[in-house]
Ligand binder design. Sequence first.
Ligand SMILES: [Zn+2]
Ligand SMILES: [Zn+2]
Ligand SMILES: [Zn+2]
Length: 147
Amino acid sequence: MQPIVTNTMRSIDKKLQDKKIRPTAMRLLVYRFLNRKNVAVSLSDIEQAFDRSDRTTLYRTLKTFEDKGIVHPIDDGSGVVKYAMCEEHCKCEVGQDLHMHFYCSACRKTVCLTDHKIPKINLPEGFTANNVNLVIKGTCDTCTSIP
Ligand SMILES: [Zn+2]
Ligand SMILES: [Zn+2]
Ligand SMILES: [Zn+2]
C-alpha cells in the first residue's frame, strides 16, 4: 500500500484548495487519475478504475470539478459524455478557452486539441449559444501507424 500523502498529492491538494474545493480523499484520487490520462474519460472509465466507489459519488466529484473549471465535458458524438482536464486558468468560454476535440473512430479515444480554439461565431440576431462542440473525427496517430 502506497502512502497517500506524496508530493503529487500535496500539490493536487493545493490546486483543489485554490479552486475552493475541499480536498477529500476521493477528489484527490479522481484528480490524479484524470491528470495522468492524456485522453478524455467517461464516468464508466473512472468507475472501472475505482472499483470500490459508488457511481453517484464519482459523478458528483466530476460535477464539482466541472463547476469549478477543473474539467470540461466533451460530447464527441459517441453518446457518452467524456471529461478532460482544463488548462490552467481555463474559463471554458467560447472565443477564449474552448477548443476542438479529435475523436478516433478506430480506438474510440477522444483527445483535446488545445492549440485549436473554437472561434466566436456571430450568430443571427436573436440566437444565443450556450454550448459549442467541435469534434474532428478520423484516425489517431496510434491507429494510423498499425500496418
Ligand atoms: Zn475549461
Ligand atoms: Zn485511434
Ligand atoms: Zn478538451
